[in-house]
Write a protein that binds this ligand. Structure first.
Ligand SMILES: [Zn+2]
Length: 148
C-alpha cells in the first residue's frame, strides 16, 4: 500500500511502510483489507484469488490442519493467476508433445450380449410406460471436453 492511499494520521517509516505497532485500533480498522484489495494483492503476487480450504490430517500425530490450496481454474474470469498458470502449463505440454496424435476412443465398443439384453428390457419398459422407444438424444453419453 503506498503512502498516497493511506488515511491521514497513519504513521509510516521513511520508505512509506505502515508502522503496525504504533497504530490505534481505529486506524487498523481503516486499513482492513477489503475483498477488492485482497484480490488485487493476490493477483499482483500470482496467488490464487479464491483458494479452497482443505483439511490435512497427519496420520502419525493425528494433527489436523486447514490448508489453502489453489482453485486451479482455467478460466480467467474466475481466477486470473490460476488461469495464467494453467495456460503456461498447457503451452509447455504442447511444446513437449504431450498432446495426443490420435483420439483414444474413436469408436465405442460393441455391446455385449448382456448389454443388448438390458437394452431390450429397457426399451420394453419405456414402451409399457408410454415413453418413446429411445432416450432423447441430449441424454446420451457425450465425450468430455476440457473446461475453459
Ligand atoms: Zn485460483
Amino acid at each position: 500500500m503506498s503512502a498516497q492511499t493511506l488515511p491521514e494520521g497513519v504513521p509510516t517509516d521513511s520508505a512509506g511502510h505502515v508502522d503496525q505497532d504504533s497504530l490505534t485500533r481505529a486506524q487498523k480498522a481503516l486499513l482492513a483489507l477489503s475483498d477488492e484489495v485482497a484480490q488485487r494483492l493476490a493477483e499482483d503476487n500470482g496467488v490464487c484469488v479464491r483458494p479452497l480450504a482443505m483439511r490435512r490430517i497427519d496420520m502419525t500425530t493425528g494433527r489436523v490442519d486447514v490448508v489453502a490450496t489453489p482453485c486451479k481454474s482455467t478460466r480467467e474470469d474466475q481466477c486470473r493467476p490460476c488461469a495464467e498458470k494453467a495456460r503456461r502449463e498447457r503451452m509447455v505440454q504442447a511444446r513437449e508433445g504431450w498432446h495426443l496424435e490420435v483420439e483414444p476412443f474413436d469408436k465405442p465398443a460393441d455391446p455385449t450380449e448382456h448389454q443388448k439384453r438390458l437394452g431390450g428390457i429397457h426399451r420394453s419398459l419405456r414402451i409399457s410406460a408410454g415413453l418413446p422407444r429411445r432416450s432423447p438424444r441430449r441424454l446420451r453419453h457425450r465425450p468430455q471436453r476440457w473446461p475453459g
